[in-house]
Ligand binder design. Structure first.
Ligand code: ADP
Ligand code: MG
Length: 704
């Protein structure tokens, strides 16, 4: 604990980054690799052999004994298969440590144990992992020792994507191509590449590991399935507050050090709205690297938490009635010479390239609102979106006063003559005079908010991969840019044409702009009047993947084939059904084997007390008797709900797999889960705390 980290010294020390490559690779090899990183293409085996050798030598110096192709299958987590560097023992009894170019570039893995949505049958189980040299390899040090991790894409034998990375890389190519066309229109000849930048803010909860172990629901489903809210006011307890801070602070310090070593620029951290909830934000990076880094962050938070006797909960909704966790996707477009296409500059109304870019993104989000919503859907996020804490389930765009005013000027007259200014902040304190204000206030309720020089997509769930929403943002923007360029490249009067197009985009798609309170009841009705989709659950969102406009777009820009989309759809339905099935079974088990028996023993204590009171000659209805009666009534209700949930759980398995079964789980099983939870949560407030068989919400959240 006593040691302090020298960030500059340790940052990236376990990453095979550009500095290391320059140091260790022969000049020619380095140049070849850099070229592939920049332009794409294939590395010849000879070059790959040299890189692999140097990578291995470097990794061994860091203590690595194994290497792994590190990939992101559709489970939402990362997967890896460890191979040791050891080759066959030599005659002298020693072993050689080797790692070939072939092993670096390509891996073969049994794809049948990962979700594929019918893309391959188990008898054709071959899957390949392929090195993504645009995301640096790293050495991870943990209880398993040190492992060289090589970021890879994961595809089927026939080349279909089975992972998150492949479509992300494809979508980055698509947006690069179209965004370059767009900047060329404005006379830019210096930029050679446009890359989406992503900063993924990660929210999470921390609970004590010993308490976690006493909650079967957390163990099996990563969220609590029962639990009544603690008394209000407990959160104000300064003593608890102090204790939490020290323990969490020590954890954060260690997590930061681990992340810095892995080249992840963990920058800000703070407490979140809910007790025991925290957030970690890295500095933004290229989308692809940012997606890998977010996976590293999630893994690191978990392993470091364990070392500190805690558990890191990444689930979107670990506790009902308490704010859930999200992952904000901060997204922008940057050229290789450092221009941010979403930077409005000081005079946005005159920045026509920015306004075109903005109008295209507004159009893209309006047209593909359902798809964007889908990209943030997973079973856990169903508890968040639209529940007045996270953004609503309706996609809308917050622009802020200044830009909305520019849009309105354009709508009215095809150009804008001024931009609203921020002015100066008046604190009423003379000595703090002169703090300049942003031209726009923040809006916390918007799912897609313009925040100065980037958009912040706030729907993504805390556990989800950031890749999915990024793929959608990249592709829908690419399509809108493409359509704009097709029109403008052949315009005779470019100035006029671009103004007309910006005006038209604003007029046709301004319905998606909303600066008001997204949590208000009226917004739902207003959005409906505007014709904006309100997709309230995952099962309703998934069909967006295979709607014609989305399939056509993904195929056109080479991001997904229709087959891949169909398979992803299957994977999602399956994932939903499995998740609810596990939750329902866990509920039945916990209620039947832990809670109901505990309450029954308690009723025996009460019954004895009732007899004792009667024996003492008290003629009134005693407290004991009243309690016994009420608890018994709740028990009856709980038992009834339990049987019904059990029955529906069995029925669900008879429904054909896919959409039908997922819908059955959503429509029939989840309400039955709520029906079981209600009496049990009431019982928790009625029985002696000492007989309740698991830690309460209060214990979990306030006594970390
Ligand atoms: P805010 O206060 O709006 O949340 P921050 O500056 O704290 O903004 O940034 C939040 C996240 O957005 C961080 O991860 C940050 O790196 C990222 N970010 C900042 N600028 C950009 C950008 N141009 N593109 C993508 N992400 C960005
Ligand atoms: Mg933010």
């Amino acid at each position: 604990m006593g040691e302090y980290a020298n960030v500059a010294k340790i940052f990236g020390e376990n990453v095979f980054n550009d500095t290391v490559m320059q140091e260790r690779l022969p000049k020619k090899v380095y140049a070849k690799l850099k070229n592939v990183i920049k332009e794409g293409g294939e590395l010849d085996l000879e070059t790959a052999d040299v890189i692999a050798h140097e990578m291995k030598e470097w990794a061994i110096e860091k203590g690595a004994t194994h290497f792994t192709h590190w990939f992101q299958p559709l489970t939402g987590f990362t997967a890896e298969k460890h191979d040791s560097f050891i080759t066959a023992p030599m005659p002298n009894g020693k072993v050689l440590m080797s790692f070939s170019g072939k092993e670096l570039i390509k891996g073969e893995s049994d794809a049948s144990s990962f979700p594929s949505g019918g893309l391959r049958a188990t008898f054709e189980a071959r899957g390949y992992t392929a090195w993504d040299c645009t995301s640096p390899a790293f050495v991870r040090q943990d209880a398993a020792g040190a492992t060289l991790c090589i970021p890879t894409a994961f595809c089927s034998y026939t080349g279909e994507a089975l992972d998150q990375k492949t479509p992300l890389l494809r979508s980055m190519e698509a947006i690069n191509k179209q965004a370059l066309r767009l900047v060329r229109l404005f006379g830019n000849t210096t930029s050679n590449k446009v890359t989406p930048s992503v900063g993924a803010e990660q929210e999470y909860f921390m609970v004590d590991a010993e308490k976690f172990k006493k909650r079967k629901d957390l163990i099996y489903t990563a969220r609590t399935l029962f639990g009544s809210m603690p008394a209000k006011g407990q959160e104000m307890d300064d003593h608890y507050f102090g204790v939490i801070r020290q323990r969490i602070a020590a954890f954060m310090k260690d997590a930061n050090i681990e992340l810095w070593k892995l080249g992840v620029s963990a920058k800000t951290q703070h407490n979140e709205v809910a007790p025991a909830q925290h957030e970690l934000a890295p500095i933004y990076a290229e989308a692809n690297v940012a997606a890998d880094h977010n996976q590293i962050i999630m893994q690191t938070l978990k392993t470091v938490a364990s070392r500190h006797g805690m558990k890191c909960l990444l689930h979107e909704k670990p506790f009902a009635g308490v704010n859930g966790s999200g992952k904000h996707n901060n997204w922008s477009l940057t050229t290789d010479d450092g221009i941010n296409l979403l930077d409005p500059g000081k005079r946005p109304h005159e920045n026509i390239q920015f306004l075109l870019t903005l109008s295209c993104i507004i159009k893209a989000v309006d047209i593909h609102a359902g798809l964007l919503r889908e990209s943030a859907s997973d079973p856990g996020n169903d508890h968040r979106l639209g529940a007045n804490e996270a953004p609503p389930a309706i996609i809308s765009i917050f622009l802020g006063e200044q830009l909305e005013d520019v849009v309105e000027q354009f709508v009215a007259k095809g150009n804008a003559t001024h931009s609203l200014k921020g002015g100066t902040l008046d604190t009423g304190v003379k000595s703090i005079a002169g703090v300049s204000k942003d031209a726009t206030d923040r809006n916390r309720t918007s799912p897609f908010a313009f925040t100065g020089n980037k958009f912040e997509f706030r729907m993504v769930g805390s556990r989800d991969s950031i890749a999915e929403s990024t793929v959608v943002l990249n592709t829908i923007a690419a399509e809108a840019f493409d359509e704009a360029c097709n029109e403008l490249e052949k315009a005779e009067d470019f100035e006029q044409a671009v103004h007309d197009l910006v005006q038209r985009n604003f007029i046709e798609h301004r319905r998606v702009i909303f600066n008001g309170n997204g949590y208000a009841e009226e917004w739902i009705a207003e959005a409906e009047r505007r014709g904006l989709p309100n997709i309230t659950c995952m099962v309703d969102a998934v069909p967006e993947l295979t709607r014609d406009i989305n399939v056509n777009m993904f195929e056109k820009y080479g991001v997904f084939s229709k087959t891949e989309l169909l398979s992803r759809q299957e994977v999602k339905y399956e994932n939903y059904s499995k998740t609810i099935n596990i939750e329902a079974r866990a509920m039945v088990n916990i209620a039947a084997k832990q809670i109901i028996p505990a309450v029954i023993s308690y009723t025996k204590t009460l019954a004895d007390a009732v007899i004792a009171v009667k024996a003492a000659g008290v003629d009134l209805v005693s407290v004991q008797e009243e309690l016994l009666r009420n608890i018994s009534l709740e028990l009856v209700e709980a038992q009834k709900a339990l049987k019904e949930l059990n029955r529906l759980g069995e029925e669900a398995l008879k429904v054909p797999e896919g959409e039908a079964r997922a819908r059955y789980y959503h429509d029939m099983v989840t309400p039955a889960m709520a029906n079981l939870r209600a009496p049990i949560d009431r019982l928790e407030t009625m029985v002696d705390k000492n007989v309740w068989p698991m830690p309460s919400y209060g214990d979990l959240m306030f006594e970390v």
